[in-house]
Design a protein around this ligand. Structure first.
Ligand code: PLP
Length: 352
């Protein structure tokens, strides 16, 4: 007898291309993108630029590359980008902004990655002279991954934009999951687009494409980023087969993110029923449930208990375990997890 199938909640990067997406990949017309001749990539770039209301876009292999290209296009060598201390650009891009962009970072503390525009703007020191580092840009992550899929307040984003404009400081969005924020708030993508100078969006997270991110900005910045992409080894030739997957995802997989959000809420409610200090369901608004355990031992016991039930979850801190819903977690999978989690959580709390 075989056991129940695996419900893999470690990340939304784990989803595999759907049959429809595979058909789109198979049907893609391709050319050499370094020559600017891949029709799928050209179409994808035009579509994403239009969606976000920017002049131009650049298809990149990863969100990390797209963030690096975006930030370096805004921040001169030796100047700084400000962001929160849990931001992906400072926690999980392995120093690339320093190594490649030669920029420095300063961070603020946040509540689950939530932007407080006053805090960010209060740290900004443009044109600092010869003694302090000058601030060139502020980066905001929306939704916020390690914060638990946190959706930024649109009012705070607007206040940041206005304040940054007044200071002459640029704004970068790490919008790896901007699609989830858009579905959660209902704010049109073009309105998000107006709130930043450069935006990186990922096709390979909740949208379910196998590979790919897109940087949008002005035509001038994107032209320069195209040079830097090649410089970093990111010129990808007949990558239209990947762009085709991305275009398919944009058409078919944005609205369905609401299902992922509802399933994450279901998991959060199941865990909160055991102990409200593990997770507050009201704070889960998208597809990420960042559960906090009283001790590292309890967190490890929870992960092991889940694994024993063929449910995979992953640690993103010593006491923080992340559960992420995505295209490959259907309603039956979410139901099975929600049913199993309370007993596993109780056992884990006993272990702590
Ligand atoms: C918020 C955020 N930004 C950027 C990235 C980087 O994307 P990639 O893994 O494609 O480099 C990730 C990846 O998980 C992410 O969660």
């Amino acid at each position: 007898m075989t056991g129940p199938s695996v419900v893999d909640l470690r990340s939304d990067t784990l989803s595999r291309p759907t049959p429809g997406m595979r058909e789109a990949i198979a049907a893609a017309e391709v050319g050499d993108d370094v020559y600017g001749e891949d029709p799928e990539i050209n179409a994808l770039e035009a579509e994403v630029a239009a969606l976000l209301g920017h002049e131009a876009a650049l298809f990149c292999p990863t969100g990390s590359m797209s963030n690096v290209l975006g930030v370096r296009s805004l921040v001169p060598v030796g100047q700084e980008v400000l962001c929160d201390s849990m931001a992906h650009i400072v926690r999980a891009e392995l120093g690339s902004h320093a190594v490649v962009g030669q920029v420095t970072t300063r961070t603020w503390q946040s509540d689950s990655g939530r932007l407080d525009a006053d805090v960010a703007l209060g740290m900004a020191v443009p044109d600092a002279g010869a003694y302090f580092v000058s601030t060139a840009a502020i980066a905001v992550e929306d939704t916020h991954n390690f914060g638990g899929g946190t959706v930024q307040s649109v009012d705070e984003l607007r206040r940041l934009r206005a304040g940054a404009d007044a200071l002459g400081v640029k704004v970068h969005f790490d919008g790896a999951r901007l699609w989830n924020a858009h579905v959660a708030t209902g704010l049109p993508l073009a309105e998000y687009g107006a709130l930043a100078d450069t935006i990186s969006v990922c096709l390979s997270k909740g949208l379910g494409a196998p590979v790919g991110s897109v940087l949008v900005s002005s035509a001038e910045r994107i032209a320069e980023a195209r040079v830097w992409r090649k410089r970093l080894g990111g010129g990808m030739r007949q990558a239209g087969i990947l762009a085709a997957a991305g275009r398919y995802a944009l058409k078919h997989h944005i609205a369905r993110l609401a299902d992922d959000h509802a399933r994450a809420q279901q998991l959060a409610v199941a865990l909160a029923g055991v102990d409200g200090s593990i997770i507050e369901p009201d704070r889960v608004r998208t597809n990420i449930v960042a559960s906090t355990w009283p001790t590292a031992t309890a967190a490890q016991a929870f992960i092991a208990g889940c694994a024993a039930e063929n449910i995979r979850v992953g640690a993103v801190g010593s006491r923080v375990v992340r559960l992420v819903t995505h295209l490959d977690v259907d309603q039956a999978g979410a139901d099975r997890a929600a049913e199993a989690l309370p007993a596993i959580a109780k056992q884990a709390l006993v272990a702590s």
